[in-house]
Design a protein around this ligand. Structure first.
Ligand SMILES: Cc1cc2nc3c(=O)[nH]c(=O)nc-3n(C[C@H](O)[C@H](O)[C@H](O)COP(=O)(O)OP(=O)(O)OC[C@H]3O[C@@H](n4cnc5c(N)ncnc54)[C@H](O)[C@@H]3O)c2cc1C
Length: 411
């Protein structure tokens, strides 16, 4: 990779975790050229994870991603409330919905993801909310104090975080989940069962194997014909990558904007990062698209290095990690678990503080930790170093992931 001139014009579309980090990392690494970040949301860039946690506990205020002066001092042209509508790849120009255009030498797509909407009657009725943006979270936060009960559709991370926040306010909460366990795709069966029980103990009614069939304006009808009366519905059934802009520009798209190991699209002048990017993963040997702050910010850092032509960075291979806070349940995940991986509990689930080690072909590939931050740190250290205990070792009640990670590596 040849070093690029540091004076090139870089344009970033999307002012979320990934987009803002690209701009930050470029300036920090000495990029000196014009740098613009275009975001369609009106608010200054903000942190998304608190929206389904702290923001719902009070009528929260947004937590900014950077102070306003950061953009000024770093000469980053931040254009909020403006949507990029088309990319003219031949002329290297981005068209905006305010009628303006922005020329680029290098373009970074950081367009994130959008919530999936259930294809059932009444999904657009008032009182049916999603939770992706600050505007969404403000609506839910304003509705919660007035609500008499809450129905959550989807027992994924967002749904369970909302359920915990609503229970903390003392509201009756029902969660409808089409699958037979919560977080089916995201965590091991052991962890999923434990979390389901913990939510039940917090007072949430979990209705598993039951999807939404219709929203009525007074509540929800489920796929088994039951009616749930409620005045506040929050839908959290996953997201789809925002790829329309890339696809319209002729870039390959397949559950995300398709990028190579350096996060570059089929057009060498265009990169994609964060929730919108489908990248080859050194951790699974497959193409994956991750939805996490770690992935967004680490990919952004990698792209900044790649744009500046630092050939020393190598393919993107950062260890994925993630957290979810569901009331008192602090879940942290390091690595990527695939459905067929072996899961071995480490510690006693009955204590509410334990981990699950996930093995593929006998090697540690992921660790889910519940209220055990030291295990999570140890897991990240082990996985990054490619070190692995034996599955049999982990099942021993005396085994400690933290101690294992501290042990010197055998020569
Ligand atoms: C409620 C909630 C809670 C979460 N909690 C956690 C958590 O606890 N831990 C964790 O690791 N992750 C969490 N996540 C996921 C994490 O926030 C995302 O993975 C991360 O925000 C992805 O960053 P991104 O920059 O790729 O996308 P985004 O943050 O979605 O930013 C993309 C931005 O691009 C804008 N955009 C899209 N198209 C255009 C266009 N054409 N023109 C201009 N702008 C455009 C979008 O409006 C958006 O502002 C949570 C997400 C949500 C929604």
């Amino acid at each position: 990779m040849c070093p690029r001139p540091r004076s090139e014009r870089v344009v970033v579309i999307g002012a979320g975790h990934a987009g803002v980090q690209v701009a930050d990392s470029l300036r920090a690494a000495g990029h000196d050229g014009p740098l613009a970040v275009v975001g369609d949301e009106p608010a200054p860039p903000y942190q998304r994870p608190p929206l389904s946690k702290e923001h719902l506990a009070s009528t929260g205020t947004a937590m900014p991603l950077r102070a306003e002066r950061f953009f000024r001092e770093n000469r980053i042209e931040l254009r909020t409330g403006v949507t990029a509508t088309a990319i003219d790849r031949a002329s290297r120009i981005v068209h905006l919905d305010d009628g303006g255009t922005v020329p680029y030498d290098v373009l970074v797509l950081a367009t994130g993801a959008a919530n999936r909407t259930p294809a059932v009657p009444g999904a657009d009725l008032p009182g049916v909310h999603a939770l992706r943006t600050l505007a969404d979270a403000d609506e839910v936060a304003a509705a919660l104090p007035r609500a008499r009960s809450v129905l959550v559709v989807g027992a994924g991370f967002i749904g369970l975080e909302v359920a915990a926040a609503a229970r903390a306010r003392g509201l009756p909460v029902t969660v409808l989940e089409a699958a037979d366990r919560p977080l089916g795709r995201a965590v091991s069966p052991v962890m999923a069962e434990h979390l389901a029980d913990a939510h039940r103990r917090m007072g949430t009614t979990l209705r598993l194997g039951e999807a939404v069939a219709a929203f009525t304006g007074r509540g929800v009808v489920s796929s088994v014909g039951l009616e749930y009366a409620t005045d506040l519905v929050v839908v959290g059934i996953g997201v789809v990558a925002r790829t329309a802009l890339a696809a319209a520009a002729g870039l390959p798209v397949s559950d995300g904007i398709v990028v190579d190991e350096n996060l570059r699209t089929a057009d060498p002048a265009i990169y994609a990062v964060g929730d919108c990017a489908s990248h080859p993963s050194a951790h699974t040997g497959t193409r994956i698209r991750l939805e996490s702050v770690q992935n967004a910010t680490d990919q952004a850092r990698h792209v900044a290095t790649a744009i500046l032509g630092d050939s020393g960075s190598g393919p993107y291979a950062e260890l994925p990690w993630f957290w979810s806070h569901q009331g008192p349940l602090k879940l942290q995940i390091a690595g990527v678990r695939l459905p067929d991986d072996e899961s071995v509990p480490c510690g006693d689930p009955a204590t509410g503080r334990f981990s699950v080690c996930c093995f593929r072909d006998g090697r540690l590939v992921a660790v889910e930790s519940l209220n055990r931050p030291a295990d999570h740190i140890a897991a990240r250290r082990l996985l990054s170093a490619g070190r692995s205990p034996h599955p049999g070792q982990v099942g021993d009640p005396a085994f400690s992931l933290k101690d294992f990670a501290r042990r010197p590596v055998a020569a």
